[in-house]
Each structure stands twice: as C-alpha cells, then as structure tokens.
Design a protein around this ligand. Structure first.
Ligand SMILES: [Zn+2]
Length: 856
C-alpha cells in the first residue's frame, strides 16, 4: 500500500481546509467488521480541482460528494479520488471496516479471563483510515463529533467528554481542532475510576478483569497525573486545553502509550497484577508525564509534516523526566521514588537504546530527515528521536537557561495553538525570547548523526597533547593536568557542557569541574590535581556521548565502580561498559567480572536489575560462544542467589534478584522447587508473573510438556497468561514446538500481536542453537514475505524481536548481509529493511567481539 508522500501532503494541504468530521460508528462484540459513517465538511481553494480521500475499508457502502455519488470502484490502494470539488464541500462515506488484532485501527481484544470484548482505536501514524474515511495528514486539523452505537453494557470514552444518551448510544463532545492521528475511542465493559484535579475531570480505565488491580494502582497513577498537571501549568503558562483527561490502560498496545488529546491510551501492563518495584513505578510515572507533555507539544501545536516528529518525542521525553525528577511524592515504602530514579531510568533504559541506534548503519540526524513518506517517518522513529533528542534538549535548556527556554515555548504555544508549526517556528520563538546563535547550535546537534567519544584523563606535564611520549597502558600517574578530549565520528564540532570528576584510589572525588568542551581537547581544573585513579567525563550524565578512559584503560573502572557513591556516575560507567562491549573495545569476560562485582553492592535496585539483564541476555548469550554460555549464566545465577540471601524480605532487591536468578538459571531442580512453592525465601510471593517466569525457564530447559503449559494457563486464564503461554511454548526445545512457533511468526493469523512478539523473542533461545540452526536461512528467506499480511508496528517488530542475534557467527552474518545486498533487498518494505539493518548491526557487533575475544 503506497504511503502518503511529503509532496502529496503539501499539495493536499494547499488545496483543502478541513472544517469538521462527524463520525458515527456501529460497534459490536463478534462481527468481523463494523459500520463507519463519516461526514466531512471541507473547503477547496480551487473549485473544480481534484484530491483523494484516505480510506481502508473492507467494503464501501456509499460515497456522496456534495450529494452526488462517487464510484467506490475508484478506491485503489486506500485512496479514493474525489473530483470536481467546490469551494465548500460535504463528503459522506459509509463503509464497513475490519476490526484489527495488530493494535492499529479499531483493535478488538477478547479477554480470556471472562470472555468480555474490548475495543480501542489507534490512529497513529497512518491508521486513521482503518476506521474512518479522512484526509490523513498532521496539518489538516479539524474538530470532531463522534457518535457510537454499541452493546448496552459498554461504556465509551474518547477525545471529547462522553455522554450516554440511551443504553448503547453515546455521544462524544465536539473537540477542538485535532490532527487525524490523535482521534481515538475506547469502548467496552471497561472498569473506571474517576477523580478531579484543579477543575479537570480525570478518569482511569482498564478491563474489568483488572479492576481490583486498577483500584490498587489508581491512587499512585492519579497522584502522578495531578502533580504533572500542576508542573506543566506552571511551566507552560497555558492551561491543559482539551477538557477531561482520561487514561485508558488497554490490551495488546504496541507502544508504551499514545498521546490522544483528552484520552491517552497506555499499555495495560502498567496496571501491575503482580508485585512491582519502585523502578517499574518510575517507568510508569515518566510515561504518564511524557504523554501529558504531548498535550501541549504535539497536540496543541502539531508538526506540519512527520519530519518534525522527533521534536514531539524529544520534547515529551525531556519534559516527562524533568517533571518526574521534581516530584516529591513518596511510594508505599515512604521513599521518594520519582525524584531519585527519573534521570537514572532515562540514562539506563532510554539513552542505552538511543546510543545503539545512533551508532547503527540506520542512524540519522535527529532533525531534518525529510521523511519523504509517512512510512519512512515511522521507520525513523527510534531511540534517536526520543533519547538523543531529549538529551540534546536537556543540553539546550541548560545552555539557554529556563527563562529563555520556557519563554520561547510559551510564545510558540500561544502563537500556534490548535494549529501547526515546524522547527523553524520554534527556533524563531526561542530567538525572540533571547536565545542567541541558536541556528548554528541546532545545526551541529540536530542535523548531524553519530556519537562523539569523550575521554578524560590525567597527563603528566610533559605529555600534554602533542608531547612525544604518551604514557603506556595502565601506567600509574602521580599527578598532572586533567584533559577532556572529544573525538567525533563525522568530524562535527559538537559542543558539550559536562561535569568531569576525578577520583582517588579510595573512590573519593578530588576534582569536580563543569566544563564546556568547544575544542577537541580542553584542560580541566588546576594544573596539578594530585594523584587520581580514575577520571570520568560527563560524570553527571548531562550530554550525549560515549565515555572512555584513554590510556588508563578499564582496570581503574573495575576497581572503583563498586565504591563510587554518586548513582549518576555509576550509571555513566555501566553504560560505558555496555557500549564498549558492543564496540569490541572490552572483553565480555572482563565486563562480566566488572558487572557482577559492582552489582553485588549496587544500592539502586533498578540499576542492578538492568545490569543483571545485560549480563544474562548479552554477556552470557550473543557475546559468548555457545560453550561459554552455561558457565556465564551460572555466575549470574550465583550472584542472584547471594543477593537473595541478604535481601530484605519483601523488598525490591529480593524481587529483582529472584527475577534475575530465574532468568539465568539452568538448575531445573531449584526452579521446580520454587514453582511448587518450596524453598521460597520469606517475603517473596510466587505470584502470577513470577510463576510464568519459572515456567518460561523450565520450558526452555526442556522440563515441561505442552500439557504442563496448558495446566498453567488454566490457573491464569488472563490476557497476560495467554501471552506467557505462547512464550513458554516457543521456548520448548522440541522440533514440533519450534515448527508451531515458526508458523505463528510467518503465516497469517488473527492472533494478538503480543503473542507473536513473545514467540518471536523466544524462538532463537541462546541455549538452543543446534535445534534452531535449520531456521537461520529460512529467517532471511521467509520473513520479508510477512509484509503481505502484516503492516505497521507489528511487521517490523516481529522481525526485529526474532532476529537471530544469539546465533552470532560469520556464516549467519553472511546470510544477513546477503539479505540486505541482493536484488530481493530492493523490494524490502521499509519496516522489514529497518529490522534487518538493525538486527544485522547487532549481529555484526557480536561476531566482531567473538572473533576478538572469544577465540572463534
Ligand atoms: Zn511520545
């Protein structure tokens, strides 16, 4: 299906002004499709001209343009030509549209727990025409009136406040102007909790089977929501502009959440049904605050074309973490979670994701990619758009100061409210607010790609840069000047404003300086700083860079990491370890030693959990040859057991250690004991999620039959249970089980996307390389054809999650490279290509490391 191009969008926007949509939907529980009746009022600048409507219907019933029938046979590839436009037009489109199972259009989910049917609509990025006929592009905003006919026991929420006029008849209040990609609807027997804050009606909603968990979680969710609203009102100077604020936690959701004005949709894993940690609540809070920031940035003022999508996401990402970092609300343990964890979580999860993307062959500048089509924009929607962009905005806010940063934003919101704007408009607003020379700054940071490396090291006076004799590796320094160095992959001269911290042999900071690096090397602090064992560039994690240690090498990091008290600095070091492994700059065996030693005493559970995952999923998997994997897993499991022995009963560390131990364990006897409730430490509850973790690991070890998984599913016949069961089945080291999982991944089906994702992640399990070897050529041959029956998020996501990185070898790398180089490669759909490129990059990195350090 052709994707709307930038040129087509510009032409259509020049021709049309869309005033209003009235959408009437007939929704039911069981049919294959639903009725969609849309009346669009729009103007055309040139009477007599032609355009096209976006429509992806299963059956077009009738189309009337200004009362005259339009032949539905004209509908080709989702476009219906409209000719003979008048200055003012009324278009009515009646159609049948298919319910979806891939999380786009109107998604239908039947809850296995109680058989109830739930719907929600997802229009992002170009899925709106899957549920109503429209002119689908971000700069054709219009107001919406939506009427819904549905089963009488359902409730409905959407962008406008919902009113029930009769059982099964709902009316949503007229909206302010919205882009088509924001339009949503949530319908079904949802359980709801409502509240009010500062005159704004709030609602949280989820499936009835999660009602008791919603009740338990709603106070925290609503407290974060209220605190974020207050902060944004202070910072942005414009009140929340879309009436009520609903948050619907919905099943099978592809993204973390979607910022539909007035009705945000979020993945329902955020309604925890099993024990959850402070780290998980921190992720949820930053997601809530991120979506709310979009109400201003994205929703109130919308990009003109998808090439500015980065700005929506970078901005929401930056503001979400910034706002959470000022929240003082305590969690159930009385500890102030959010303020403490917000930027740590950003660094650990988001920046690591973005750094991988920024070093892949698919990397791109943050801004100005052109995004020649909507599909190309979606393919470029990655960790660069979110984490790198947010880091750049964080630098910019520090560079401009809050007065100018928010002063410019307020002008921007005021000037373009309910309209569209582009990045140049924002630069203009910031400049009016007092920013100087912003264009060249933006050029350096936003229109280049790649990651600089910052190295801080102490040098004796006689070997300052340019001196003849550099120090030897590991050579001990007594004293000297600290230098901060920048190397750039593309020769760009990006400025970095960072803190540099020097530690002595006792891990005590002896040097802490804020420096602006505007040259390739700058001195830091006094000429003589005294003896330093380790110097860390960007020790407060303020910039966007890779951190290395020059001639000092990794030993000082290994020695000091467990003893450094500042959590942001430890995270900088952990991130350096992770990307050095991926660069084949650090032996994975040494990295494992370092990680295990540091995690043994790591006080922030979120950090410990993330590093234990890295140890199991990378150091003991693709970065180990198969013969080394069991030994490395055993070391991770051993550490998890030692942590379990000392962890506080019922605390986060106990839970994280339990999860990590299960994930890494090859000890079927121990896994079985916990599964049957034996030898479980006091304070640890083997709840639904932990049970499934045990089942998954036992399944991977070949300890379970299909019937055991069925029995487990009978105990937990929930939406999550079904997904976990799919995961466990795909993990079984049995040819028939693998065959069934393969069929699920490659053949058309109506199975929810989450089941596909779980099967994809499990297929090439690192301990089953012999069993799955035959599928390696088939992966590259058969996956491109899934574009025939899958699209959007699900298409690329299944392929990337299944990508056989665990089978890292020169032969598999050749298969991957051939798939991208041959004549067939020219016809790969953009999501398939992107998944192949990124998977191949991960594979190439693992192979390079194995060749260097693994003796293969
Ligand atoms: Zn977002």
């Amino acid at each position: 299906m052709p994707s709307l191009t930038r040129l087509e969008a510009a032409e259509r926007a020049a021709l049309l002004t869309v005033r209003h949509y009235r959408i009437t939907l007939d929704l039911d529980r069981t049919g294959a499709d639903f009725g969609s009746d849309t009346v669009i009022e729009f103007d055309a600048t040139r009477p007599g001209a032609s355009t096209f409507l976006d429509l992806r219907a299963s059956q077009v019933l009738s189309v009337l343009l200004n009362g005259e029938p339009v032949d539905p046979a004209g509908l080709v590839d989702g476009r219906l030509p409209l000719t003979g436009l008048r200055a003012r037009n009324v278009l009515r489109v009646r159609a049948r549209m298919a319910y979806s199972t891939d999380g786009e259009g109107i998604h239908r989910h039947v809850d296995p727990a109680d058989g109830q049917t739930y719907l929600y609509a997802m229009s992002f990025l170009d899925a709106a025409p899957r549920w109503f006929g429209c002119f689908d592009q971000p700069d054709l905003k219009a107001s919406f009136d939506v009427e819904v006919h549905c089963p009488p026991d359902w409730s409905v929420v959407g962008n406008g406040a919902a009113t029930r006029s009769a059982p099964g008849h709902w009316q949503l209040a007229s909206t302010r102007p919205l882009a088509t990609y924001f339009v949503t609807l949530v319908a079904g027997p949802y359980a709801s909790i409502t509240a009010e804050h500062d005159g704004i009606a709030l609602g949280v909603h989820t499936r009835a089977s999660l009602a008791e968990h919603l009740k338990a979680e709603a106070p925290d969710i609503l407290a974060v929501t209220a605190a974020a609203l207050d902060r944004y009102h202070e910072l942005f100077g414009i009140r929340y502009p879309f009436g009520e604020y609903h948050q619907a936690f919905v099943p099978d959701f592809n993204a973390g959440a979607m910022e539909n004005p007035g009705c945000v949709t979020l993945r329902d894993q955020f309604i925890f049904r099993s024990a959850a940690t402070r780290g998980q609540r921190s992720v949820r809070a930053s997601t809530i605050a991120h979506e709310m920031a979009h109400m201003w940035f994205g929703d109130l003022v919308t990009m003109r074309w998808w090439d500015d999508l980065w700005l929506n996401e970078s901005f929401a990402e930056y503001m979400g973490y910034r706002v959470c970092a000022t929240m003082t609300g305590a969690d159930g343990t009385g500890r102030s979670t959010l303020a403490e964890l917000a930027w740590i979580e950003f660094a650990l999860h988001r920046k690591d994701w973005g750094r991988v993307a920024d070093q892949a062959p698919s990397n791109h500048p943050v801004a100005g990619n052109g995004s020649e089509s909507a599909a190309a924009a979606l393919a470029d929607f990655d960790g660069i758009s979110y984490a790198k962009g947010a880091s750049v905005l964080k630098q910019l806010a520090a560079h401009l100061g809050d007065e100018v940063f928010f002063g410019g934003l307020r002008r921007h919101f005021e000037r373009h409210r309910f309209g569209n704007a582009d990045f140049a408009d924002l630069i203009a607003a910031w400049t009016e607010a007092g920013a100087v020379d912003l264009a060249s700054w933006a050029e350096l940071w936003l229109r280049t790609s790649g990651l600089d490396t910052l190295t801080a090291e102490q040098r004796a006076h006689d070997d300052a840069p340019g001196a003849d004799q550099p120090p030897g590796p590991g050579e001990q320094r007594d004293t000297g000047q600290v230098w901060l160095n920048r190397t750039s992959p593309d020769g760009s001269r990006r400025p970095h404003t960072v803190r540099v911290t020097g530690f002595d042999a006792e891990a005590t900071p002896r040097l802490a300086e804020q420096v602006t690096l505007d040259d390739d090397a700058v001195p830091v602090g006094p000429e003589d700083t005294g003896p330093l064992r380790l110097v860390v560039a960007d020790s407060a994690d303020d910039s966007w860079a890779k951190i290395r240690f020059g001639t000092a090498g990794w030993q000082p990091v290994a020695d000091l990491l467990p003893r450094i008290t500042a959590a942001p600095t430890r995270v900088v070091l952990y991130n350096a370890v992770r990307d050095a492994v991926r660069d084949a700059d650090l032996d994975p065996a040494q990295a494992l030693d370092m990680v295990l030693a540091a995690v043994a005493v790591e006080p922030v559970e979120l950090v410990a959990s993330e590093l234990l995952k890295f140890a199991t999923d990378e150091l003991a998997a693709n970065y180990a040859k198969p013969a080394d994997r069991p030994g490395r897993r055993a070391r991770v499991a051993g550490l998890a057991h030692r942590l379990l022995a000392v962890a506080e009963a019922g605390g986060d560390l106990q839970l994280e250690a339990a999860r990590a131990g299960i994930r890494a364990s090859d000890d079927a006897g121990w896994l079985r004991a916990w599964w049957t409730g034996e030898q479980v430490p006091a304070g640890l509850v083997i709840d639904a999620e932990l049970r499934w973790a045990l089942v998954a690991r036992l399944a991977a070890l070949g300890e379970l039959r299909d019937a055991d998984i069925d029995a487990e599913l009978a105990r937990d016949e929930s939406t999550s249970g079904v997904v976990h069961a799919a995961r466990a089945r795909a993990l079984r080291p049995d040819p028939a089980a693998k065959q069934a999982a393969w069929a699920l991944l490659t053949e058309p089906s109506q199975r929810p996307a989450y089941e596909l994702y779980a099967s994809a992640e499990s297929f090439f399990e690192p301990s089953q390389s012999e069993l799955t070897a035959g599928y390696l050529p088939r992966f590259f041959e058969e996956m491109p054809a899934t574009a025939r029956h899958r699209h959007g998020w699900a298409l690329g996501s299944v392929i990337f999650r299944a990508f056989p990185v665990s089978a890292a070898s020169a032969d598999v790398l050749r298969l991957a490279e051939d798939a991208l180089a041959g004549s067939k490669a020219a016809h790969l759909e953009p999501p398939v290509r992107r998944a192949f490129v990124d998977g191949t990059d991960a594979l190439r990195r693992a192979v390079r490391s194995l060749q260097r350090y693994g003796g293969v």
